[in-house]
Design a protein around this ligand. Sequence first.
Ligand code: G6P
Length: 615
Amino acid sequence: MCGIVGYVGDQQALDVVVEGLRRLEYRGYDSAGVAVVADGALASAKRAGKLANLEKALGDKPLPSSTTGLGHTRWATHGAPTDRNAHPHLDESGRVAVIHNGIIENFAGLRAELEDGGTAFSSDTDTEVVSHLLASHVAAGSDLADAMRSVCRRLDGAFTLVAVHADIPDRVVAARRNSPLVVGLGDGENFLASDVSAFIAHTREALEIGEGQVVEITANGVTLTDFDGAPVDEKRYHVDWDASAAEKGGYDYFMLKEIAEQPRAVADTLLGRVDSDGQLSLDEMRLSDDELRDVDKVIVIACGTAYHAGMVAKYAIEHWTRVPCEVELASEFRYRDPVVDRQTLVVAISQSGETMDTLMALRYAREQGARVLAISNTNGSTIPRESDAVLYTHAGPEVAVASTKAHLTQLVACYLVALYLGQVRGTKWGDETRAVVRELADMPGKIDQVLETMEPVRELARQLSDATSVLFLGRHVGFPVALEGALKLKEIAYMHAEGFAAGELKHGPIALVEPGVPVFVVVPSPRGRSVLHDKIVSNIQEVRARGARTIVIAEQADEAVVPYADHIVRVPVCPTLLQPLVAVVPLQVFACEMASVRGFDVDQPRNLAKSVTVE
Ligand code: G6P
């Protein structure tokens, strides 16, 4: 959602800001705009649609040279995605420019108050109230940071706000409450952005901004206070990936690159988590063994693809630790009065670490006394910061909106948490844990094998590009894989797709099966619980008998499925619980090829955002 960039330094601000916006495009947006401070005035441009529209406008009518500026990509909440509603928003005198991510919940009251006082509004956004309020505080003698603090104290809701003022050419002021913002620390230049990818080409040194803080950057300084003006401690960190990690590297789409990076991402997420005795040591856990022994229930909360990883976690946690585990969509969790107490371990999974639904659910869980463990891919993001413990996945930056490598590393992190709980609580013998860890260590090679055999899957996508509906079936951990396969296809290929637990088929979904409908079936290993395998073979027969075109994802040498499969996608032999790590890959490849064949933007699907910072 909304991308934010601010800059002060010695480079052309516009170049830095537009380049930053380009790197934030993946977050999802529908309009873009910039403003710079030059010669005692503000110059701004904004356009609905992609960044290219804004760049064309800037080409037709260039802005003056400036070293102080800000830029924004907007994901519409209040007001349609039009030129007029795009950010920045200026006050009536055109002296202050504001960009915003989040929602100002009391904007209607503030707008009515300003309109009563004679202020004329020029957009339908909630943001614009901030421009008028800031301008009036500065006109009354406040400096911009003071004005920002005063305004923030009046605002309800979640926001990142960034502002520049025509009379103050050398600084950018920002505020943050429940919405992402980081500072990039350069040499003679400083940056503000929604995430580090915006400035990673310039600096890898970053500064966290906490909730309820205001930051002012100049070329050589950063000042951080709370909303009342009291200084707050700085928390600096180093970003351990560089600009090349956030480039396409020869692939047509980020999603293709990220699918290909999965073996490495899985291996990196396992790295350093096993000591020389084969014992798991999760250093960043920050929860004592006693605390983990006290846990009598685990609740996993997450959204979207991360939720599907959470579903797999349930199977692993209950099987390996015998601790009851629930999985809940984060957006539902706090509204159902869940049973949570000090002995509950809540596991919050979020690639971005900023998903508002997940953040609100974890805050609720902590208020109820639960301990929260975050699984996240983003160092310094809000969800890990507000959790009691964190396990970072090491997927590297994920740019495509549809999550792939982050998902696989979330699965790995879930297995590690389950194994660790089992180790600490003594529900798994050391040699059992070591055996699973060895099998996990083999998974990158197996994912590689799958990736090498994907051409028939791509060909199948090309053949099926006119299908009106695609179904996905699975049992046990194959069920979340089926859900994930369907989600991927919806997200990027805009096809009707549904995932079902194969056993539920006969209770309704089988009515959807008509001649020719493609049905993917994720088949568990025949060497695991054979009853599981036999049951799903029956399910394949049931849909085939009704004319479905069956696409079966099955282990190598599983011959039982052959008579009922129109297409077989082979995956390497691996333990049932770990099978999602290989079984989901063909479904990612299928969706990616399908989106491409159907002519859609693979990396930036319509209406979706990578980081969903509103509830
Ligand atoms: C958005 C994205 C999904 C993602 C979900 C959760 O909806 O479009 O791809 O799975 O958010 O994101 P998170 O960053 O919390 O894992």
